[in-house]
Design a binder for this molecule. Structure first.
Ligand code: GLN
Length: 473
């Protein structure tokens, strides 16, 4: 019996190479725990029926002398993916009824790269509808539970992918992060979650929420595994003109292990005592590891959430305009084609998606454009410049990942504003395009807590160095 809770991706690659077990056995181990436990957690929307066939393919390669290497870094490793990443021939719904029955006609670039890397695409995981949410309660296909406490949320929107790793169903998974959707559920599920610099991973074949903010990124139990998963999918892509090359951002100054703490931001209203206490312990640990800790002032950071909640719905309202009941998935007949459109969208989109479409359309409408969208863009520029200047002096910025540990299912569903506050620490990285990682940093009772490190553009390497030292890898 393979115990997935004792295994990492790096370890499994070694074991596959040493023939301690086969890719089929490793995949079967995942299928067995999913079968046994996912009825409670509901991390997966679908486990693909060809998973074992993919494993057999990997075993053939292994038998012919191939093993996890630079060329095929994930050979034989089962991976879960968020339901907004297209896998050719498989369903993809982005957690929405409006995409019910939609079958992807091609592979997302990240999926193609995963297949090339030898990974087994095990199945698709639950998510908030179109990645809108912080709890995975906004899915049209049911709620996902926190693997540490089933009465609580796993975070969101990539809650299924986070829970799948947190519950030891798989060793690694992918999500997408527009405002925190990888880092926040990673913190709630007690694992590592990483959002790359904007443009490092192709968005081709990722169902868009807000195109200027979205990035695909990995979840795993260790920073080393996250690095492997990130390396497998990154790279410039002709299918996504916003992707960047390795040289876009010069490596610049040497890593001097200086961490800046935006004190007044960390002490924002609504941050739990347990989170603050844990954060102080994290600071002590970094000091003991030889890091320099400096207080920094980032006076515009407090406007990040407001800025995000204008830019994101504006882009979402435009991206979601394509779901018209004609081209994809769900369709509802009305009395004429305009009525078809209204009925399809009214019934196909959930409440949160409709709220954001209305908000987005409003902030983009003539008369309000300058006041809302225009102001948000100006603020985005100020926040970005402020962060850029700060990264000239320090290497990393540290905050808690979330203001509270995982909250109860249903606790915030009737109050969208309180739900939005769950992203207070994570949205600045998306606004400025910066790489950021969430590391498990301790517990409040049985509930995991996370700490977030942010780095300058293209400096993900520094996050991996600090992350590995912190987790003693
Ligand atoms: N929770 C945030 C939101 O609701 C972030 C979502 C995301 O990163 N996809 O928009």
């Amino acid at each position: 019996m393979i115990d997935l809770s004792e295994l990492t991706i790096k370890g499994a690659c070694e074991d596959l190479k040493k023939k301690k077990f086969s890719a089929r056995e490793l995949t079967q181990a995942s299928l067995d725990v999913i079968n046994e436990k996912d009825t409670d957690i509901h991390a997966f929307l679908e486990v693909f029926d060809d998973a074992l066939d993919q494993a057999d393919e990997a075993d053939k390669r292994i038998a012919s002398g191939e093993f996890a290497s630079r060329r095929m870094p994930l050979l034989g490793i089962p991976i879960a993916i968020k339901d907004n990443m297209l896998v050719e021939g498989k369903r993809a719904t982005a957690g929405s009824k409006i995409l019910e029955g939609f079958v992807a006609p091609y592979d997302a670039t990240a999926i193609r790269k995963l297949k090339d890397a030898g990974a087994i695409i095990l199945g698709r995981t639950n998510m908030d509808e179109f990645a809108m949410g912080s709890s995975t309660e906004n899915s049209a296909y049911g709620v996902t539970k926190n693997p540490h406490d089933p009465s609580r949320v796993p975070g969101g929107s990539s809650g299924g992918s986070a829970a799948a790793v947190g519950a030891n169903f798989v060793l690694g998974s992918y999500g997408s992060d527009t405002g925190g959707s990888i880092r926040q559920p990673a913190a709630f599920s007690g694992i590592v979650g990483f959002k790359p610099t904007y443009g490092k991973v192709s968005r081709s074949g990722l169902i868009a929420l807000a195109s200027s903010l979205d990035q695909i990124g990995p979840f795993a139990k260790t920073v080393s595994d996250v690095e492997v998963l990130y390396d497998a999918v990154r790279g410039q892509d002709p299918l996504d003109s916003t992707t960047i090359s390795e040289n876009t951002y010069p490596q610049g100054k040497k890593f001097s292990k200086t961490i800046g703490i935006p004190r007044s931001f960390v002490e924002s209203e609504g941050v739990d005592g347990s989170v603050k206490k844990n954060f102080e312990e994290v600071i002590k640990k970094f000091l003991s590891l030889g890091y320099n800790i400096a207080d920094i002032e980032l006076p515009h950071l407090k406007y990040s959430l407001a800025t995000y909640y204008i830019i994101m719905p504006a882009e979402a309202s435009s991206n979601l305009a394509r779901f018209d009941g004609v081209k994809y998935g769900f369709h509802k007949d009305g009395k004429d084609s305009i009525d078809d459109y209204f009925k399809t969208r009214r019934m196909g989109f959930g409440q949160e998606a409709r709220r954001r479409i209305i908000l987005g359309t409003y902030v983009l409408s003539s008369g309000y454009y300058d006041e809302y969208y225009g102001s948000a863009l100006k603020m985005k520029k100020l926040i970005t410049e402020e962060l850029k200047e700060t990264f000239g002096k320090i290497d990393l910025i540290m905050t808690p990942t979330t203001p509270t540990p995982a909250f109860k299912i249903g606790e915030k569903t009737s109050n969208p504003l309180s739900m939005y506050l769950a992203d207070i620490f994570t949205v600045p990285a998306n606004i400025a395009g910066l790489p950021a990682i969430s590391l498990p940093s301790g517990f409040d009772g049985n509930l995991p807590l996370g700490v977030q490190l942010m780095a300058g553009l293209g400096r993900e390497g520094n996050l991996f160095i600090a992350g590995k030292e912190f987790l003693e890898e």
